[in-house]
Design a protein around this ligand. Structure first.
Ligand code: NAI
Ligand code: MG
Length: 479
């Protein structure tokens, strides 16, 4: 079994101050695959102290020098593709081929986009043409605590580390205790890229421990968090005493509006998007809203597509979906599927229990419910598993009302061949992102939510801005 007890603090791998072992569980087998340590307050304090000491020099560097470190990181990242994919696959259950491509690729994509955004970013400029003696300086917020989840681990780590590094923040990363191994490979890459000691630190730990110590720490200037709404609330409350900046990327309950004039692949695309990463994505299109004239046909297509999705061991190559991350999540998903049945939704594919032939591992049947109404628990709660809810609608107004009737506001989707209608919908949907007819958002586009999906934006220019303060200087000596 892998032994990975050390933390990366002040440019070195160090032993934890007190021993507190936990096992990392492989969700495909339910067997332990590694042992790590959970940090204690002394470890948190050491990491924060290192980040604080490294801050003045790091933020004073010309941006071009910080950008060069990130460019070096990106260059080295490719060489660890297999190590990162194996770690992710083993600890959180993404099938290995998908981990090699999507999970790994997300990290390279974000780093590349930060480099592009940083090239054109004005860190320092006159207020306007008429006020040359007023200077606007965008400078680092300071020491940033980065708390990340397990579902798209490299995606979330690079979104935070890449932006913080370019902005001139120093960092303490606390990855999810469910998926610490890929983060430790990433820390090796930060070391290899030559970031000065203390700029980047990693301490493993859980929410009640290191997570809470970081959010309340007087020397932490900002917390950037991705994960559950529950943890986002706890972090916000605990951070309030020190009034630090809190950036939150939380859950979602995305609506996918499929109009009768949608292209013929729209339903299939929506189902497969829901099942990708075994449904464990905050931007999953988990509520499929289908216009009445094509409703029955759409339900039948969704059933066929879901039944054709295969489920299997994450270590096997192929296009199947893997297990969900752990037993807690498996139980939560089972309860929600049962609630869907109990509250009267029509089960058309999947259901409770493991898929046939899989007796061990946290595997879930690809599940589709039809005739869901928006008051049912499965339409309101983020399930974070391969479970799709289908709801009928008649008019545009009704579709928008259902889509917006949720505490979340992360991503919504629209499928229609009527461009004017699509654009109308995009304006009326209350979410940080809207994706239409299968079009992805382009390089450098901001990721983030409205309402209880969080605040702030990650990626590209907006992601860098989230780690910056705006300083206004009067009386600047203009050359
Ligand atoms: P979680 O929110 O507990 O874990 C995410 C990260 O937050 C981990 O690093 C964890 O150690 C940390 N954390 C937990 N409590 C904390 C606290 N009080 N202070 C500081 N850090 C804390 O998420 P969990 O329990 O693994 O998943 C539960 C649900 O959360 C999922 O079913 C899903 O609905 C949602 N979720 C959303 C994600 C997203 O991408 N927005 C990612 C992961 C989970
Ligand atoms: Mg695990």
């Amino acid at each position: 079994m892998l032994e990975k007890r050390e933390f990366y603090i002040n440019g070195q791998w160090v032993a934890p101050s007190a021993s507190n072992d936990v096992q990392v569980i492989d969700p495909s087998t339910e067997e332990p695959c590694a042992v790590i340590s959970l940090g204690s307050e002394a470890d948190t304090n050491a990491a924060v102290a290192a980040a604080k000491a490294a801050l003045p020099e790091w933020m004073a560097l010309p941006a071009s020098e910080r950008i060069a470190f990130v460019a070096k990181l990106l260059e080295l990242y490719a060489a660890r593709n297999e190590d990162l994919a194996q770690a992710i696959s083993m600890e959180m259950g993404a099938p290995i081929d998908m981990a090699r491509t999507q999970q790994f690729g997300a990290g390279a994509w974000h780093l590349k986009n930060f480099l592009k955004a940083a090239e054109n970013f004005e860190f320092d400029h006159a207020l306007n043409e008429k006020s040359p003696n007023d200077r606007i300086i965008h400078e680092a917020v300071g020491v940033a605590a980065l708390i990340t989840p397990w579902n798209w681990p490299m995606n979330q780590i690079t979104l935070k580390v890449g932006a913080a590094a370019v902005a001139g923040c120093t960092m303490v990363l606390k990855p999810s205790e469910q998926s610490p191994l890929n983060a430790m490979v990433f820390a090796e890459l930060m070391d290899e890229a030559g970031f000065p000691a203390g700029v980047f630190n990693l301490v493993n730990g859980d929410g009640p421990g290191v997570g809470t110590q970081l959010s309340g720490h007087p020397d932490v200037d900002m917390v950037s968090f991705t994960g559950s709404t529950r943890a986002g609330q706890a972090i916000s409350k605990n951070a309030a005493n020190t009034l630090k900046r809190v950036h939150l990327e939380l859950g979602g309950k995305g609506a996918n509006l499929i109009f009768a004039d949608a292209d013929e692949k729209a339903v299939k695309r929506g189902v497969l998007h829901m099942m990708n990463n075994t449904g464990q994505s905050c931007n999953a299109p988990s509520r499929m809203l289908v216009q009445r004239p094509i409703y029955d046909e759409a339900v039948e297509t969704a059933r066929e597509v879901a039944e054709a999705v295969t489920v299997g061991n994450a270590h096997d190559e192929g296009r199947h979906i893997g297990p969900v991350v752990n037993e807690v999540q498996w139980n939560k998903i089972q309860d929600l599927i049962q609630k869907g049945i109990d509250e009267g939704a029509r089960l058309v594919a999947g259901g409770t229990g493991r898929p046939d032939g899989l007796n061990k591992g946290f595997f879930v049947k690809p599940t589709v419910f039809a005739d869901v109404n928006n008051d049912m628990t499965i339409a309101r709660e983020e399930i974070f598993g391969p479970v799709l809810s289908i709801l009928p609608f008649d008019t545009e107004e009704e579709a928008v009302a259902i889509a917006n009737d949720t505490p979340y506001g992360l991503t919504n989707y629209v499928q229609s061949t009527d461009g004017d209608r699509c654009n109308r919908m995009a304006r009326q949907l209350r979410s940080g992102m809207v994706e239409m007819n299968g079009a992805a958002r382009s390089a450098g586009s901001p990721f983030g939510g409205m309402k209880q999906s969080g605040n702030g934006r990650e990626g590209g220019t907006w992601g860098i801005e989230d780690f910056l303060e705006v300083k206004a200087v009067g009386g600047w000596a203009a050359g």
